[in-house]
Design a protein around this ligand. Structure first.
Ligand code: CUA
Length: 345
């Protein structure tokens, strides 16, 4: 067994990764619960039906030719008559595909324009989603806080009229924001802001992922949209605007955290950990309410105390290639820091 293979096997069997598998779910584009998603679903069904029709015609004709014209005992084996050119057939196989292509262009343009030109009401909720290698920074400029990887929105009571508007930016390379049950993919491009909106009409958790290859952990750049009842969403906003209450039992972990390089990348509001700004965003996820999130490492592992300790011990085990280094902490330091982060609810 090569060293590389053994390492791969160890990674594959690590409890962190096995626990994380549960999280790697992707929504179904045929079970949409938002207006842009519905439009994509309808056009997808149309395209699939046309493609299925073409497949049936081609497969039938091919099957007919295969069986009808096979060589049979007693056939004379000289070359059959060769027929060249048929204006009628050539016109047919040029015009019909052209018509099909124009129909598909028309349908696509209508869906894209319908979604992009949709009027955005003044009271819409705004979030800025910043793609990073390999996680999502989520800012709520109107509410004044930042979170990561889990986008919380209220359910749309009047679909189409009460959307959440998403401004998509990138910190580094091209990513793509995709939550199949809510909307089509929208690219997240450096030095450009793309705008999209969602209006989920059912509460629940919708799974998404980065849909543009962006490096080693592209597949580990998962995201969730958590759709709340309106009052529940407001309560969530209020709790995120607060900072977690001081907890005396976490003082040792807090001191350790603040004494280490953690603070260069991760912000915790109202503490000395303010994190280095790197232009459009922060280098690592804001941890002000890290304990309130469902997952760590952008959806790769569930957020349990055990996973948090494993993550701090060596982030490269659960998510090889990510930019958080193993900080070489002692077991006691790992325990303390994890205990501190657990208080950030
Ligand atoms: Cu980000 Cu793929």
């Amino acid at each position: 067994m090569t060293k590389r293979f053994r390492r791969l096997l160890a990674l594959t069997l690590s409890p962190a990764i096995l626990a994380g598998l549960e999280e790697r779910r992707v929504g179904n584009i045929f079970q949409t619960v938002a207006t842009p998603g519905d439009a994509v679903r309808q056009s997808a069904i149309l395209v699939l039906s046309i493609a299925a029709g073409i497949f049936l015609v081609v497969a039938t004709v091919a099957a007919y030719a295969i069986f009808r014209f096979r060589r049979r005992p007693g056939d004379d084996l000289t070359e059959p008559p060769q027929v060249y050119g048929s204006t009628q057939i050539e016109i047919a196989w040029t015009v019909i595909p052209l018509l099909i292509v124009f129909v598909l262009i028309g349908v696509t343009a209508r869906v894209v324009a319908g979604v992009q030109d949709h009027p955005i009401p003044k009271d819409a909720i705004h979030a800025t989603v910043v793609g990073h290698q390999w996680w999502w920074e989520i800012r709520y400029p109107d509410y004044g806080f930042t979170t990561a990887n889990e986008l919380h929105v209220p359910v749309s009571e009047k679909p189409g009229e009460t959307p959440t508007v998403l401004r998509l930016q990138s910190m580094d390379v091209i990513h793509s924001f995709w939550v199949p049950q809510l909307a089509g993919k929208t690219d997240v491009i450096p030095n450009r802001e793309n705008v999209m909106w969602i209006d989920p009409r059912e509460t629940g958790i919708y799974f998404g992922n980065c849909a543009e290859y962006c490096g080693t952990q592209h597949a580990g750049m998962l995201l969730k949209v958590i759709v709340h009842q309106k009052a529940e969403f407001e309560a969530w906003v209020a709790s995120q605007q607060q900072v977690a209450a001081e907890d005396a039992s976490a003082a040792a972990g807090r001191a350790t955290f603040e004494s280490l390089a953690c603070v260069n990348c991760h912000a915790i509001r109202d503490t000395p950990a303010q994190a280095g700004h790197t232009g459009r965003g922060k280098f690592g996820p804001d941890l002000t309410h890290v304990a309130s999130r469902l997952t760590l490492a952008s959806g790769v592992i569930t957020n349990t105390p055990e996973h948090l300790r494993e993550w701090i011990r060596d982030p490269q085990v659960a998510k090889p290639g990510n930019f958080m280094p193993a900080m070489q902490l002692t077991e006691q330091q790992i325990k303390d820091v994890a205990a501190y982060l657990e208080t950030l609810k």
